[in-house]
Design a protein around this ligand. Sequence first.
Ligand code: UDP
Ligand code: MG
Length: 167
Amino acid sequence: MWLKKTNNVSGLFDITTKCISLQPKKNIMAGNITFTMIKPDAVEANNIGPILAKINQAGFRIVAMKYMKLSAETAGKFYEVHKERPFYGELVSYMSSGPIVAAVLEKANAVAEYRTLIGATDPTKADEGTIRKLFAKSIAANAVHGSDSDENANIEANFFFSQIERF
Ligand code: UDP
Ligand code: MG
């Protein structure tokens, strides 16, 4: 902060505040990010590496990533949209049962591209070669989360990551 003499009519001093930019380091276009979690079953089965390899091979760039364990409260908040569904309680306790990997991924048309890569919610219905077909144990323990819209991708990414955690 500094004082700057101005030519205004009153001849008084203005106080000018120097601002620090809060922009992300890289400008990411809307529609180009999605949010994922590698769920507890896939972490437990030592499939973090193989799943990240599939993500990279499919052309996604990792914007942000962390390895963490969700509390039941945090998992409950994250899945709040499903709170009326019969599996909500089970989902929350499962998602807080062990560590997960949370990540923001970048690619053109990221949400749809990533949903294609992960496959159907129920792994028995997922296409061959998809992450859920390869790594999921069941409809509940289905290896990965993927955002379902651009709006939710941003909400979910913001839930887990601040701007200084994105590259
Ligand atoms: N889920 C479940 N039973 C179901 C449907 C979903 O346990 O019958 C779990 C599963 O882990 C799924 C999550 O709830 O990934 C969220 O459900 P959604 O319908 O959003 O599926 P997704 O978007 O993950 O494919
Ligand atoms: Mg969903």
